[in-house]
Design a protein around this ligand. Structure first.
Ligand code: BG6
Length: 482
């Protein structure tokens, strides 16, 4: 749409920034916490960049007061962070750990002291290892009850102060990397049948948690965050357009339809049935998914990139694709499913050093697609640029990050003008943090943290980057001064 005048961002817009427990906290074995699957996975040789771990991460567990103070000085309206399940239930279920609960009480209260709205992610991938050992975690239906028990503990403890809840972070990524690409725990390769069953368990955990929360706090706002990479067909050839429809059903709507409508896309399900990999439903599942969908308040969107889709003949590319986890441009490999689609690089768009397309308009495109299909409000729960940052005279001049964020916010503003109901925009990330597979060299933060891959390196000193001061202005002017 074209509007002569912009209506701009809503008055109560939540300008935010985000993190995840494993990526920032450190203190991996303190105050009663037991290992998560990530604590174990990072110790398997070859799994992470230069064998980096989150043992210490950026020590947010001990330095959260300084981090929140910096947020307050910046004027941040919301801080999105996740809770480490294995701090709350070190064994995944059973005995609750009061010291773990206390830490998040303190963090939430610290945010509230400065009028920063805490936005809590219940699960950002760090499953207690004990549940993996007990019954293979997400692969077993028992995970659903344990998850809901854990989530309900959080709702009861923090629900008086936390209104915004994100149940799952990027279900599509942790399941895809865990059971198809072997890049995340439990490191399984192309185990399609389990992958779809795991997803069904995750959907049930999400749905039952939504219902549990609404039972306790009907006014809470809840959703899950989907890693949405909108797809463009490479041409106007009908076969490319059809390939794009296939891709979207299998790679996007497969998740978003369940969150928003409480059902799987019909053709995707038919396809999975034909392969014998469709998930098993227990009695009542379909009704629970539907009921939860009717209570979801927003679609959480983690937006980083778009992709291009081209028809892939039966003798074409057969690959799950290969990520670039080194920062050496041009090393990512193409994904393709013979007879359906392939995902070539988009020649119209620049990329980051990790081969992610940079596509600000894709953010508006994503919001429009979601608004048209689901008519739900949207929380942009992540968006940001991973880059190599260099300290110069004790400062970080990250003009490239400012440009990236400015261009995305401009497009988001247009999405607001278009009538999309955007509630919040959280950049990824607040401080620099551990990138799961890319170590500490791929930096996203407004605040530089002095450390690198070596666990004993750096002072962990916080240094606000140029982008920190720029975002402060953006918040002050509610997105008018970019
Ligand atoms: C999202 C995750 O996938 O993207 C974050 O929710 C992650 O946890 C972020 O860090 C950026 O990905 P990466 O691989 O660049 O760290």
């Amino acid at each position: 749409m074209y509007f002569k005048e912009s209506t701009g961002f809503p008055k109560d817009f939540l300008w935010g920034s985000a993190s995840a427990a494993y990526q920032v906290e450190g203190a991996w074995a303190e105050d009663g916490k037991k290992p998560s699957v990530w604590d174990k996975f990072v110790r398997i040789p070859g799994k992470t960049f230069k064998a980096t771990t989150g043992d210490k991460a950026v020590d947010h567990y001990h330095m959260y007061k300084e981090d929140v103070r910096l947020m307050a000085e910046m004027g941040l309206k919301t801080y999105r962070f996740s809770i480490a399940w294995s701090r709350i239930y070190p064994d995944g279920n059973g005995q609750v750990n009061e010291k773990g609960l206390q830490f998040y009480d303190d963090l939430i209260n610290e945010c509230l002291k400065y009028n920063i709205v805490p936005m809590v992610t219940v699960y950002h991938w760090d499953l207690p290892q004990a549940l993996e050992d007990q019954y293979h975690g997400w692969e077993d239906r028992r995970i659903v009850d344990d998850f809901v028990n854990y989530a309900t503990t959080l709702f009861k403890r923090y629900g008086d102060r936390v209104k915004h809840w994100i149940i799952l972070n990027e279900q599509n990524v942790f399941t895809g990397h865990g059971w198809m690409l072997a890049k995340h725990p439990p490191g399984k390769f192309k185990d399609m049948k389990t992958y779809y069953q795991v997803n069904h368990h995750a959907f049930m955990a999400h749905a039952k948690s939504v219902l549990a929360l609404k039972e306790l706090y009907p006014d809470a706002l809840v959703g899950s965050s989907f890693a949405y990479g909108p797809a463009y067909a490479v041409s106007d050839k009908p076969e490319d357009q059809m390939a794009c429809v296939d891709y979207e059903d299998l790679k996007s709507y497969y998740w978003m339809d369940v969150y928003a409508y409480g059902r799987y896309p019909r053709s995707a399900m038919k396809y999975l049935e034909s392969l014998g990999v469709a998930p098993h439903f227990e009695e009542g599942d379909a009704e629970i998914l539907k009921e939860a969908a009717s209570k979801v308040d927003f679609m959480g969107v983690n937006y980083y990139k778009t992709c291009s889709i081209e028809y892939n003949p039966l003798d074409g590319v057969d690959s799950l694709g290969g990520e670039n986890n080194t920062g050496k441009k041009g090393t990512a490999e193409m994904e393709g499913v013979p007879g359906m689609y392939k995902v070539p690089a988009n020649k119209n768009l620049p990329t980051t050093d990790w081969d992610w397309t940079i596509d600000p308009m894709g953010l508006r495109f994503a919001c429009r697609k979601i608004t048209s299909r689901y008519d739900l409000p949207i929380v942009i729960s992540e968006n940001g640029l991973g880059a190599f940052d260099k300290l110069e005279d004790g400062k970080i001049h990250d003009s490239y990050r400012i440009e990236y964020l400015r261009n995305h916010i401009e497009e988001l503003k247009k999405a607001c003008d278009d009538g999309c109901r955007i509630l919040a925009y959280c950049t990824w990330s607040y401080t620099d943090l551990l990138s799961w597979l890319n170590g500490y060299q791929k930096r996203y933060g407004f605040v530089y943290v002095d450390r690198d891959e070596d666990e004993n390196s750096g002072t962990l000193k916080r240094i606000p980057k140029d982008s920190y001061y720029w975002y402060k202005k953006v918040i002050e002017t509610n997105g008018e001064e970019l």
